[in-house]
Structure formats: C-alpha cells, structure tokens
Design a protein around this ligand. Sequence first.
Ligand code: FAD
Length: 463
Amino acid sequence: MADFDYDVLVIGSGPGGYVAAIRAAQLGLRTACVESRETLGGTCLNVGCIPSKAMLHASEYFDAAANGTMAKMGIKVTPELDLPAMHAQRIDAVTQLTGGIAYLFKKNKVTWLKGRGAFVDAHTVQVGEQTVTAKDIVIATGSSVTPLPGVTVDQTVVVDSTGALELAKVPEHLVVIGGGVIGLELGSVWRRLGAKVTCIEYLDQILPGFDGDIRKEANKVFKKQGIEFKLSTKVTGVSVSGDTASITVEPAAGGDAETITADCVLVSIGRRPNTDGLALDKAGLSVNARGQIDTDHRFQTTVPGIWAIGDVIPGPMLAHKAEDEGIAVAENIGGLTGIVNHAVIPSVVYTWPEIAGVGLTEEAAKEKGEIKVGKFPMAGNSRAKTNHEPDGFVKIIADAKSDRVLGVWAIAVPAGTMIAEAALGMEMGATSEDIAYTCHAHPTHSEAIKEAAMAVRGKAIHI
Ligand code: FAD
C-alpha cells in the first residue's frame, strides 16, 4: 500500500470539516484539515450562525426595552444604542468559538494546514507550496453567497450577509432582497435597532420550504413588528449613487416597474456550493447541475477514497446537517457505520418568536397519503402567556392510519429548542399518542407540543 502523509485529509474547517477531522482523529486516524481562512470554524462560526445569533440576541434585548415589553413587566428603561459595543460582543463570541476549535484540533492532534487546497490527483492535494497525500480525502468546502446578476456588492450600501452583520450605523431604510431565513434574521436585527425594513420576495410567500401555515403566520408576525413585505415581486436592478441605492422592482408576473430608495440593500437570495479552484477534474470528479458534489448515502463520491459533506453536497444548507455528516463520514472512513437520517433535520429561524420545523410540511405529507393534523396556539400556553409571548402555534402532522408523526412545526419564542423534542420523537418513530402521553414539565412552552399532539387526537385541554 502506498505510504500517505495522512490517513485522512479534510478540506474546509466549517462545522462539517472540523467535526469530521476531530472524529477521524478520535478514531485513531492521522488527520489534517486544510483551511484558507485566518481562523477555523468556516462560515458558521466566522460569518454565519454565531455572529448572526450574537446580533439577534443583543438586538432582542434592545427591542424589549424600546418596544415596551420590559415596561409591561415593571421595568422602565429608555435604551441607548452603543453599536460599537454590540459589534464588540459579536466579535468576542466569534473569537472565543473559533479559538475553541483551534484548541480542540490541538487536543485531538489534528494538523491545521493553512492555505487553499486544490487536487493534484485523487490522493494528493496542493496547499500553498506544500503537496500533501492522504488515503482518504473529505471535501467540506461549504458554500458562499449567491450573487444577484447585475448587482455589485460593495459591503457599504449594497451588502451580503457578511456585510449586514458588520454595518457601522443603523440604516434608515434597509431593503432586504430575499425572504428566506438569512434575510429575515438580519432584517430583524436592524429593524429592532431602528431601521425601516422592506423585504422583497419573488415568491408569493416568505420562507420557502417551510409549512404553508407557518409561512403565513410568520408573515403576520413580522408585519406586526414593522417589517414591510413586497411579495411576488422581482428585483430588476440596483443602482447606487453616493450613499443611496435605487432598487427597481416589478411584479413577478410582469407589470409596472417601481423604484424604491434605500441607504442599505441586503442581497440574500441564497448560497451556492464552493468548488471553484478545487481542481476536481484532476481527481476525476465533477459537479451536478446545481454545482454540488454528489455522494452515496455513506458520503463517498464517485471516486473511491474521496468523500464530501455539508453545504457542498445536496440537502439543506445547515450547520447541524454538516456536523452530523462530518461524524458519519469519519466513522465510515474508520470502518464503522455512519448514518444521517436526512428526513429528520430540524430547520430554525432565530427571529422573535423563533420559527422551527422538522419532517414533512402539511402540503408534502398530504401528497404522500392521508394525514391528521393537530394545532395548538401559544396563546393557550400558560408560560407563553405569562411571559407576554402570545404569538404563534405548534402544529403536528401524523399519518392517519399509523399515527406516526410525520412533521412538527412551531412558531414560539423558544421554538428552536422545542423542536429537538420533535426530532428525537420522530427519530424514534413516535406516534402523536406517544407525545400526548409523555409528561411535560409545567409551566413550559414545550407543553404546547404535548397539547398539539393531543389535538391530533381531537382533545387538547387548554383551548
Ligand atoms: P462552511 O461552514 O462554509 O465551511 C467551509 C470552509 O471551507 C470555509 O471556512 C472555507 O474558507 C473553507 N474552504 C473552502 N474552499 C477551500 C479550499 N479550497 N481550501 C481550503 N479551505 C477552503 N446554519 C444553521 O444551521 N444555523 C444557523 O443559525 C445558521 N445561520 C447562518 C447565518 C448566516 C448569515 C449564514 C451565511 C449561514 C448560516 N447558516 C446557519 C448556514 C451554515 O453556516 C452552513 O450551513 C454551514 O456553515 C455549512 O458548513 P460546511 O462545513 O459545509 O461549510
């Protein structure tokens, strides 16, 4: 057998790559990870999940003070925004967590090869001046922002998600192009800090991929918070003059054009896989029509010994999906059986309230067969009511015959945390009866999940 520098070489240190590298090292494999950024952790830790949550969390406090929520609880304050300090705590969170991955690499004896990786052949990768060989190579290069044709991101007036995390001042008018998760989260941050926010979405509803009821309710909740929506609307151009942008829009179905002016435009129309510069062809690999690398269920590509995980392969572009695939791929390389159940991957929007779902939407479940649906409003949940958080509901979709839970959707302040119970239940093949007869602590928001399960069976108590 050829003598390789490493047993496993991972390209990319996002939640997919760093987790794969650590798990491979834990399994006793000599492991290295190639990363071109200055810090480890990929999109998620550097410019994604973590900094966005830092800004969402801080702006939530500001909003609670500014919008009267705190006053309702007997706390009278007039908040004053210190934006540099808010940014400093965001940077601090990122620094601590990316540094934490460097510590974990050292602890687990994973070698960090700094630089961009490109294939020389199926077992060899060029990293800067260095040529490195490995028996198995994992591509975990993630994704980056999809550009809007004809629109130049200058990170001042026209920004992408990275620029929108770092704005030096609160915009007067922020136009968000794209009503998906990232647009709504970052739009919420700046709306809470005082910006007028207009969200333009090509489809007739925000949050593509989410359950229909949830999409409608989310729209209502965000409107109530002051976000203006232009649905079924197409952006045809963005021009910048000085510090003002003019956004030309027209109905998606065609019609009269309109121009909107703003001092900041966030382009958030999606993300695309990172494969440029990898020289995949030299390893005998190619991409599919969507630019992704296809794999089998073990995450092996068409070339034996080359594997791929995370945003660069098909499936939802989510950090926890990438992490689970990272563990599974390392276990498969290490001779164990690594599996990811792609039917049970929760999605969360970290707005206020949070929006979460796992499994099938009602629309998709109906296409597969007969279903039963139970819904319970958060207004009927004692904890939500006590906390002045009445918006939202929990919805459970179950198979009409077997009663097995097919999907759970929620809008509730801690929906992102609540959905873990649903994911565990579905992973274990739970029925709505199993959930309805599981004791849930009182008073908790999670009781709404139990009551929605009871509603599937036609007998919720607090409604
Ligand atoms: P990435 O995290 O993209 O990491 C890939 C790494 O590979 C990068 O560091 C890149 O520099 C490196 N790389 C690429 N090519 C090369 C090369 N040739 N050589 C060396 N290094 C290379 N997901 C969630 O689940 N929850 C959230 O709350 C959430 N919030 C988000 C908020 C924002 C603003 C954004 C942009 C994304 C968010 N996401 C969230 C999505 C999440 O960040 C991604 O799904 C996740 O990071 C994908 O992980 P990955 O390991 O596949 O790739």
